[in-house]
Ligand binder design. Structure first.
Ligand code: ATP
Length: 163
């Protein structure tokens, strides 16, 4: 559906700010310019859920997680950046595979089965977009999602198979 990105992100991010605060972390939504895109709100909500959840799981107390969005011509970009443990460059593609977790996460006692990012990747490809993990400065990870402003297929008909 047609979506005002600024208010959609407001609503999506808001509930997590309290959860982050309860863990001693700060979740910030950077000022988002006014622009309208077409997306499946449930799915992009789910995407945000996965990325913010991971950002909180893999970053220490006292750190800040920043969500930002901006239009880029016929595309737009959604970024979730953390100041956490980071992801080695060798792992930065494989984390989107089903069940893949980096060594340090496999041994963690707390949650995770390695499905989150494969679902994120699926949601993004349904929107004909891309998602990549990049190094954040001075440390941590940035998940950069690039989506078309108007995906030119019906998002409702989830027929496509990829991979
Ligand atoms: P879940 O399925 O519950 O999300 P998960 O976090 O292990 O479990 P994914 O979300 O698919 O699974 O993430 C895959 C792996 O990528 C994680 O196990 C972790 O090693 C790494 N990872 C994901 N997000 C981050 C992040 N923000 N910082 C550092 N490592 C991350």
């Amino acid at each position: 559906e047609k979506t005002q990105v600024a208010s959609f992100l407001d609503h999506t991010v808001e509930p997590y700010t309290e959860i982050a605060a309860s863990q001693g972390k700060k979740l910030v939504l950077a000022p988002v310019p006014e622009f309208v895109v077409t997306l499946d709100q449930n799915l992009i909500h789910q995407l945000m859920n996965i990325l913010i959840d991971n950002a909180m799981k893999y970053s220490p107390q006292g750190s800040t997680i920043t969500v930002s969005a901006k239009p880029l011509g016929r595309k737009w970009q959604l970024v979730v950046a953390d100041q956490g443990i980071g992801i080695k460059s060798a792992d930065r593609q494989r984390i989107f595979d089903r069940f893949y977790r980096v060594d340090s996460s496999r041994s963690r006692k707390t949650g995770g089965n390695g499905l989150g990012l494969s679902i994120a990747n699926w949601i993004v490809s349904l929107h004909h977009g891309t998602i990549v993990a990049k190094e954040n400065q001075p440390h941590g990870t940035q998940f950069v999602t690039t989506l078309p402003v108007t995906p030119n297929s019906s998002l409702g008909s989830r027929r496509e198979k990829k991979g």
